[in-house]
Write a protein of this length. Structure first.
Length: 319
């Protein structure tokens, strides 16, 4: 699976001679001081995850040589390539993410919970009452029902459009290029007539800033995970990206019934966090790495989840 990565920094110097990374700006980043330059570095092109290590090593050297810094206003955004996926697969990813999102939030500092740039997917799902439970074969979206818990997990599109403006032909041909008043002729859209209308675009923009940004699909043909904190530690960035790639692959290839079962068990609080780690981490070292992050970020939760299950040895090895 190909990935794209965006790294935000609150203090950096120009680093323009990279074959792998390009520099950009982001107005949401708060500088370290009055003289610090802020910005982001992003991969120039999507890269197969199996080939990502040279790119990580180059950025790690640049961070070390130039003393790049991050603060709470920074984030690490990971794009996973959605080209070639089906509508059903993309639905399953968002459905699974909405169920497992509370566990992913435990892997990042608590301040990410308060960030307006990576809000919980669940935070936008209770705005309107829903009476229409869409299933995976549904090809129609009634917009007044999109922002409810039961629908968002299936529809993977947030409150971005006006009432009843989605057309079945557009939803069924989601990868078709739009020829109806697009702002960007190269974009890929859900509702060909309205999503790029100036009146609807601000509503779509409001939905970008969630832990999983599905609107990236229409610009980059990817899903963007915005939850990661800013980090100058490329080991963390690598491990975080690896976790998201594994989650995405699992969700894409799992059955709807399996994901629904996960949701049921999560709602009944019958899945221990340690099971989640063991499922997505393939070695003791990986489990220990993330368990120690939980220990750093939320010790009360850590003691409840790990000490009760006798799993602390993996964490103590990293201290």
């Amino acid at each position: 699976m190909k990935v794209g990565i965006e790294l935000e920094f609150s203090s950096l110097t120009s680093y323009d001679n990279s074959d792998y990374w390009s520099k950009g700006t982001d107005s949401s980043i708060v500088p370290e001081d009055d003289i610090s330059e802020t910005g982001e570095y992003r991969l120039r092109h999507p890269v197969p995850f199996s080939h990502i290590k040279p790119h990580m090593k180059e950025m790690a050297k640049a961070i070390s040589d130039n003393s790049f810094k991050v603060n709470v206003s920074c984030g690490t955004h990971v794009h996973t390539d959605m080209r070639g996926t089906t509508i059903a697969q993309r639905k399953r990813i968002v459905r699974a993410w909405s169920y497992l999102e509370p566990f992913f939030f435990k892997l990042v500092p608590k301040y990410r919970l308060k960030s307006s740039y990576c809000e919980s997917v669940e935070s936008c799902t209770h705005k309107l009452p829903c009476t229409h439970l869409h299933d995976e074969s549904c090809s129609r979206i009634e917009c007044q029902h999109v922002c409810t818990t039961d629908c968002i997990r299936e529809l993977f599109f947030l409150n971005c459009v006006e009432e009843h403006r989605h057309l079945e032909v557009c939803y069924n041909t989601i990868s078709a290029r739009c020829s109806h008043n697009c702002i960007d002729d190269n974009c890929y859209i859900l509702d060909c007539k309205h999503i790029h209308n100036e009146d609807c675009k601000p509503k779509a923009e409001d939905c970008r800033y969630h832990s999983l940004n599905t609107l990236a699909y229409y610009k980059y043909m990817s899903f963007e995970y915005r939850l990661g904190p800013g980090s100058a530690n490329m080991e963390y960035v690598y491990n975080w990206t690896l976790l998201l790639v594994r989650f995405t692959r699992w969700a894409m290839n799992s059955s709807r019934d399996k994901i629904n079962l996960i949701g049921k068990l999560m709602s009944e609080k019958r899945i221990p966090f340690s099971y989640f780690l063991h499922f997505f981490c393939h070695t003791k070292e990986e489990i220990g790495y993330w368990a120690y992050k939980v220990y750093q970020y939320d010790r009360v939760f850590f003691r409840k989840q790990f000490k009760e299950n006798g799993d602390t040895s993996l964490v103590l090895d990293r201290r």
